[in-house]
Design a protein around this ligand. Structure first.
Ligand code: SF4
Length: 317
């Protein structure tokens, strides 16, 4: 596994793949998402703020190339990195007319970019866009990753957060992206107020069965001005404790295929924009506590990954 030997970290995957440190450069486009512009709904997911899922971007008024070059200079100086991934982060980046999408992707292909990551919703996956990305991959020898927001496999919870799609669309998107052999990263929130440990385990099982490549875990934070913030202030939803969150992350990792790469195990957001974030502790402290707890318990990612491939029949072997 990796530096901390308890789960398969993204930084180690990148080092193995490219032979050196690689950093993601966030890019923000002026776009929206069908769950906000009225095509599916106007409200958006109840936890989603105006940034569309990101606090780390430069202004979307800057051209893609300007955003890349500013972020590249900063990261080059600060972390001495030489290779980068162009990361289209905010909102649903494939929810653009095809020609516009092509223009932005083409603009992101500059020297030292080794891959392109594109965040989107499962119901915004279309073969014409995937076809174009395959051409980009082949022509420029770049790795393409599609980052799909799912949040939970519990379709009742998906309705409660007004997600606007269910598990079915996610499965469809994964199966279609897989035909193009792009990497797939899935974003999950392990502590949605309606989910329990049963959902946490099912999240791990479904992602393992589908063979996604990467996972990004977020802890739920309550962004000011959102529908979820109103529910939180009216005490209609409760946050689980930090200890329970840590238990959920560990259980999730235990059930997850050990080959799946973990981009992160806890989210982050600025305190000034939120009513609740990470139990008012820094994200990296909680991450370190989780790792320590896993070491103490002598457990690791994949410890309980024994349920696929005809588990009940194995007894006859
Ligand atoms: S799909 Fe993403 S951008 Fe759209 S409302 Fe939900 S979280 Fe926000």
């Amino acid at each position: 596994m990796n530096e901390i030997d308890v789960y398969n970290t993204y930084s180690n995957y990148l080092k193995d793949r490219y032979g050196e440190k690689v950093y993601k450069l966030p890019i923000s486009l002026r776009l929206s998402c069908p769950n906000r512009d009225g095509f599916i709904s106007r409200g958006g997911c109840t936890f989603c703020g105006e940034e569309g899922g990101s606090f780390e971007n430069l202004s979307n008024r800057l051209r893609v190339r300007q955003q890349i070059s500013r972020n590249m200079d900063y990261i080059r100086n600060r972390y001495k990195a030489e290779k980068f991934i162009a990361y289209f982060q905010s909102f649903s980046n494939t929810y653009l007319p095809l020609e516009e999408f092509k223009e932005y992707i083409n603009e992101s292909i500059v020297e030292d970019i080794v891959g392109i990551s594109i965040s989107t919703r499962p119901d915004c996956i279309d073969d014409r866009y995937l076809e174009f990305l395959r051409e980009v991959q082949d022509r420029h020898n770049l790795d393409i990753t599609i980052e799909l927001g799912l949040q939970t496999v519990n379709y009742h919870s998906l309705m409660k957060i007004n997600r606007g799609h269910t598990l079915g669309e996610f499965i469809d998107a994964v199966m279609r992206i897989k035909k193009y052999q792009f990497r797939i990263c899935t974003h999950l929130i392990l502590n949605l107020p309606w989910d329990s440990m049963i959902d946490v385990i099912e999240n791990a099982k479904v992602l393992s069965a589908l063979g996604v490549d990467e996972v990004k875990l977020h802890s739920l934070y309550i962004v000011k001005g959102t529908k979820m913030a109103e529910e939180y202030e009216r005490h209609e939803i409760q946050m689980i404790s930090k200890e329970e969150y840590m238990k959920r992350v560990i259980t999730f990792l235990e059930y997850l295929d050990p080959n799946i790469v973990i981009q992160r195990i806890i989210g982050r957001a600025p305190e000034e924009d939120t009513l609740f974030v990470n139990w008012q502790e820094s994200w990296w402290k909680i991450r370190d506590e989780i790792v320590e707890m896993m070491k103490e318990r002598k457990t690791c990612q994949g410890m309980k990954f024994n349920y696929l491939g005809g588990k009940a029949i194995k007894r006859f072997n």
